[in-house]
Design a protein around this ligand. Structure first.
Ligand code: HEM
Length: 115
């Protein structure tokens, strides 16, 4: 029997949770939701990271490449945006555009892998 692609499923699931809760923070950065949202976004970001590096290992993709660096920068940015939204709620409009650009860039990298 073929093995389930656990890392892919985890990668996509954590990406969906991270994106959903980040945009929830943009829509309503109420201080009383801050702790819960950050707990969820940081946990999802950690799982995104672990599954990403799991796939790098399984697919024997070298770590020290520009491709991995771009994915890492997108990941770091996306992981931190919810926290920024609570501290600087007036920047929510620009932050949501930044999030979209990071997601599109990371997606583009998946389908334009040079090796
Ligand atoms: C630590 C950062 C990350 C690493 C190391 C990483 C690594 C990877 C790897 C190795 C793959 C498989 C590529 C292939 O099979 O050709 C992948 C797939 C993917 N990544 Fe990431 N990634 C990271 C962050 C992100 C982020 C921020 C996004 C946000 C859009 C993202 C979205 C995806 C998607 C949608 C896939 C396709 C999943 C699939 O193969 O079914 N990744 N990633």
């Amino acid at each position: 029997m073929e093995r389930l692609p656990y890392y892919q499923i985890l990668h996509l699931l954590s990406l969906i949770v991270l994106t959903a809760h980040t945009y929830m923070a943009f829509a309503n950065p109420a201080p009383e939701n801050r702790k819960r949202t950050l707990l969820i976004t940081v946990s999802a970001a950690l799982l995104l990271f672990i599954s990403g590096f799991g796939m790098l290992t399984i697919n024997k993709i070298p770590f020290a490449t520009g491709w991995v660096l771009v994915k890492l920068v997108c990941w770091l940015g996306l992981a931190g945006l919810a926290g920024v939204a609570y501290r600087k709620p007036h920047l929510r409009g620009i932050l949501s555009t930044v999030a979209l650009v990071l997601i599109v860039t990371a997606l583009f990298m998946v389908y334009r892998r040079p090796f």
